[in-house]
Design a protein around this ligand. Structure first.
Ligand code: KIV
Length: 285
């Protein structure tokens, strides 16, 4: 007698750490097919990587947002390959189950296919990530995606609001409102899929367009400011934990980290000034 087919609930809770094997790109495709939302968060160091892992996150993005949220840069443009290697190494030391994807920083892959191969190869070899992400607004990226995939480097595309092109886009604004732009974005997403990418990030585009692209693609679509119908969501760590001073409208704060850290710092400074820290328990006799 045949067994009844097990239905996969879209609300399946994350497996406890240690139970699930390492997340691979193929698992994300299975999750899309099963209708299970994919969870992705940025992390930049060993503790945040370990916490994302322990929380059962599917994907960690070592984003070039590190330049802004960690290093205080105004944009992601000054971020270097050395920085991405170092932050990826730190995350990889903390996280052992979650799929780690690292951003290729500005001008480290756009010059030529060879440059992209060298950069992505170095970030994977030295950093320890399992895949790379690259931003684009144009079809000129397709040979690069194909070459990376052929070399065994899984690629996640990133379209819509692409922060590395902030100067060309003229600001952090919603992309794809214009019907022609929307058609271009859908076509570009399909071409990136055809070139071999295993997933695509859509940033800051209208939800109906994101839903259309999600339905049109076989590979998972991860949204950030792209509505609830994508196959998964990605968010910047500092926005989730409430450290960012001016978070984007589409982010949700799950912890008031800023207020908590300020309270702790002020209390510590007061205790030092009043000589109540260190106390007897914190003193070595
Ligand atoms: O660098 C980053 O954090 C990103 C996300 C915003 C998707 O690219």
């Amino acid at each position: 007698m045949s067994q009844p087919q097990q239905k996969v609930s879209p609300q399946v809770p994350p497996a406890p750490p240690g139970v699930l094997k390492k997340v691979r790109t193929a698992h994300l495709l299975q999750m899309k097919q099963a209708g299970r939302p994919i969870t992705m968060v940025t992390a930049y160091d060993a503790p945040s990587g370990a916490l994302a892992d322990e929380a059962g996150m599917d994907v960690i993005l070592v984003g070039d947002s590190v330049g802004m949220v960690v290093h205080g840069m105004e944009t992601t443009l000054p971020v270097t390959v050395d920085m991405m290697v170092m932050h990826t190494q730190a995350v990889a030391r903390g996280s052992h189950r979650t799929l780690i994807v690292t951003d290729l920083p500005f001008m480290s892959y756009q010059v030529s296919v060879e440059q992209a191969l060298q950069t992505a190869g170095r970030i994977m070899k030295e950093g320890g990530c399992a895949a790379v992400k690259l931003e684009t607004g144009s079809e000129s990226i397709l040979p690069t995606v194909r070459a990376l995939v052929e070399a065994g480097i899984p690629v996640m595309g990133h379209i819509g609001l692409v922060p590395q092109s902030i100067n060309a886009l003229g600001g952090y604004r919603v992309q794809g409102r214009d019907p022609q732009d929307a058609e271009h974005m859908l076509r570009l997403a399909q071409l990136i899929e055809a070139a071999g990418a295993f997933a695509i990030v859509l940033e800051m585009i209208p939800a109906p367009l994101a839903e259309r692209i999600t339905r049109a693609l076989r590979i998972p679509v991860i949204g950030i400011g792209a509505g609830p119908q994508c196959d998964g969501q990605v968010i910047v760590l500092h926005d989730v934990i409430g450290i960012t001073e001016h978070p984007p409208r589409f982010a949700r704060k799950y912890l008031d980290g800023r207020a908590g850290i300020l309270r702790a710092f002020r209390k510590y400074a007061r205790d030092v000034r009043e000589r109540s820290f260190p106390g007897p328990d914190e003193t070595i006799e």
